[in-house]
Design a protein around this ligand. Structure first.
Ligand code: ADP
Length: 263
């Protein structure tokens, strides 16, 4: 299925509305507002500590919001307003929405005691209730997609970092996510293994309509796959532009300085 170009009229899939996140006294995200539309691939860039990973972890409900709302497909995700009061949604409702969201981490986080196949079918069988046969068929298709069809029965410890990360990508895709969150997925890899993982992600970006929110230091990759790039500094978006503009003609001095340091 060819990827379609998201436009202004495409529905928002992720909406951040006045999102505040504090750890103790430290305000990490300061009234953050942005939208990601269906099929859009948005990359977050900015200095270390500017809050990028926290954004992904909030979308994945690995962190609680301090204030504000996150909407998934227009629905308030973890909180709703009742009689003017903020009420936490039932965990069951949140869990249902969360199955539409997949995340790949810097550290591959595979289950070490399971084979590659078992890693991939675990959630489709136990969370989505797929039959084992159906889950295995899909897992094999996905292993083919990430170039690891011959590793079905291998244990993660037998694989290189790049191979483990490709299994982690297959595992995330096995849940048929609408949204894929990629958190510095090549940062823990030896340099010679980065290319194979980025190659798989490029292929997925080109051939699916999955909405992606990406944190990466690989600026070339960001430029190639993103529809839009958001530059963060101190918990705020300071520039929001298409990659062709962000990487060649940024408007903000802080963006210029950051890109000069990393490119
Ligand atoms: P980035 O991804 O842009 O490098 P992060 O979102 O990882 O930034 O972190 C933003 C800030 O939040 C950092 O100052 C970090 O130390 C702080 N932070 C992140 N997670 C926690 C936590 N669990 N407890 C306390 N501080 C945290």
């Amino acid at each position: 299925m060819p990827a379609t170009e998201p436009t202004e009229r495409t529905a928002p899939v992720i909406t951040f509305e006045n999102v505040v996140k504090r750890f103790g006294d430290h305000t990490v995200l300061d009234h953050l507002n942005f939208e990601v539309r269906k099929g859009e691939r948005v990359t977050l860039i900015g200095p270390s500590g500017s809050g990028k990973t926290t954004i992904l972890r909030l979308v994945m409900t690995l962190e609680d919001l301090t204030d504000g709302f996150i909407y998934i497909n227009g629905e308030p995700f973890t909180y709703e307003m009742r009689n003017g009061r903020r009420v936490e949604r039932r965990p069951k409702d949140v869990a249902k929405v969360a199955t539409k969201i997949g995340m790949v981490f810097q550290q591959f986080n595979l289950f070490p005691n399971m084979t590659v196949l078992e890693n991939i079918i675990e959630a489709p069988v136990h969370v989505l209730g797929k039959s084992k046969g159906e889950a295995v068929t899909r897992a094999k298709e996905l292993l083919d997609l990430v170039g690891l069809a011959d590793k079905v029965d291998a244990h993660p410890s037998r694989l290189s970092g790049g191979q483990q990360q490709r299994v982690a990508i297959a595992r995330a895709l096995a849940m048929d996510p609408e949204i894929l969150l990629l958190d510095e997925v090549t940062s823990a890899l030896d340099p010679e293994l980065v290319g194979e993982v980025l190659g798989v992600l490029r292929n997925i970006a080109e051939n699916t309509d999955i909405t992606m929110l990406i944190v990466t230091h690989e600026m070339q990759f960001a430029q190639e796959v993103s529809h839009r790039v958001l530059m963060f500094d101190q918990g705020r978006i300071i520039e929001d532009a298409e990659p062709s503009v962000m990487f060649t003609n940024p408007q903000e001095k802080r963006t210029k300085d950051f890109l000069q340091a990393v490119l």
